[in-house]
Design a binder for this molecule. Structure first.
Ligand code: ZN
Length: 111
């Protein structure tokens, strides 16, 4: 489990870099608006809405990863929050922010 710390930190760094790049892109769109016609302005607004949506999802993902890092530091990382069993390593590698084992996750989906 020891190398998960690096894995989670890398993902957090990646997401923060993406957020930075996206903020820079959004700022550029705002500066350009004065020179744009009505249609391209609508395109720009739509683009901004999509960027906001992506930003929200990134924020959620960051929150899950930071929580995973905190669990790692408390020695609770990899335990299913529902049943307390260890979550399969392959599952954690695919998504280190996951908090449920396969069984509990599929139960949660049925609800
Ligand atoms: Zn479980």
């Amino acid at each position: 489990m020891s190398d998960f710390k690096g894995l989670i930190r890398d993902r957090i760094d990646q997401l923060e870099d993406l957020a930075e790049a996206s903020r820079a892109a959004t700022a550029t769109v705002e500066l350009d608006q004065t020179r744009q016609g009505r249609l391209s302005r609508m395109d720009a607004l739509q683009g901004q809405a999509m960027a906001k949506d992506a930003e929200r999802r990134r924020g959620e993902q960051l929150g899950r990863l930071r929580a995973a890092l905190a669990r790692l530091e408390r020695g609770e990382f990899g335990e299913c929050l529902e049943c307390g069993e260890m979550i399969a390593e392959a599952r954690l590698r695919a998504d280190p922010g996951t908090t449920l084992c396969v069984t509990c996750a599929s139960e949660a989906e049925k609800r």
